[in-house]
Design a protein around this ligand. Structure first.
Ligand code: UDP
Length: 245
């Protein structure tokens, strides 16, 4: 998040540099069941982001002292490939990826019926292949599809979107330039049926009014994104029914 608000990110005609209106999403495509060896998987392309998610489990948690006798542990690991960003990313976990892994694990846990699997572990590997702002939300949105693809019982989906502020205007789904040089970035994820917020982070400043506008834009977009998630799963079921892998 930059501090400069003088970089021009919105044209005189009100459009953003990539031609979007303030409330427009970037194109989103999700494919479920893209990997044969994982229990569940999904590939999401969201604007320039490409994120691959694979899910394993529920299986017995190891080491045993990590087991919870009341529920399954959900372990999401968010990782950026070295080639996913402009400047080569040093491989391995860093502070940012550890923090993102933690918040994504917690968000996913609230959607999964973890109490049905005591002593078990569910691993969710979120691999960012190409990053273009909004990767944590793209990864989380794909992870929900991959978990459903693994047949793990869920009480709801998890669906997310980002809004923010650029050139003093609230806009939906920040692009890379808007994320870098904008004034605020607000990723939110909710359980779409119960409308419960399961992730909310904020970088930068928003007034209460701007926050309201941003959250309404996000809630509105989330119903569209959730439809894309559900379509990805039904397309996979159709392929399975037709005898595909
Ligand atoms: N980014 C990068 N190198 C890094 C981390 C992030 O180039 O080590 C870029 C990447 O495009 C990412 C964007 O900065 O999508 C915004 O990062 P942020 O931490 O806001 O997370 P995100 O928006 O991806 O969830």
């Amino acid at each position: 998040m930059g501090t400069q608000s003088d970089i021009k990110l919105i044209e005189e005609n009100g459009l953003r540099l990539d031609g979007r209106n303030p409330g427009d999403l970037r194109p989103i495509k999700i494919e479920a069941g893209v990997l044969n060896r994982a229990d569940g998987s999904a590939l999401i392309e969201w604007g320039g982001n490409k994120v691959l998610v694979s899910v394993y489990g529920p299986r017995e948690a190891y080491p045993k002292h990590n087991q919870d006798i009341n529920k399954a542990i959900v372990k999401a690991r968010y990782n950026m490939a070295a080639f996913s960003v402009d400047e080569r990313k040093r491989p391995g976990p860093d502070r940012r990826s550890i923090e993102i892994s933690k918040v994504l694990s917690e968000a996913l846990e609230s959607a999964i019926m973890v109490e049905q699997f005591p002593r078990a572990q569910i691993d969710v590997f979120i691999e960012v292949l190409q990053a273009d702002a909004g990767t944590r939300i793209a990864g989380l949105t794909a992870a929900a599809v991959a978990i459903a693809d693994a047949g793990i019982p869920m009480r709801d989906f998890v669906t997310g979107c980002t809004a923010g502020k650029v050139n003093d205007k609230v806009v939906l789904d920040l692009s890379k330039e808007e994320d870098n040089f904008g004034q605020a970035d607000l990723p939110i994820a909710i359980l779409p049926k119960s409308k419960k917020i399961v992730l909310l982070q904020m970088d930068g400043d928003l007034s209460l009014e701007e926050f309201d506008t941003a959250t309404s834009m996000i809630i509105n977009a989330i119903s569209r994104i959730n439809e894309i998630q559900r379509n990805a799963l039904s397309a996979k079921v159709k392929v399975d029914d037709a005898g595909g892998e």
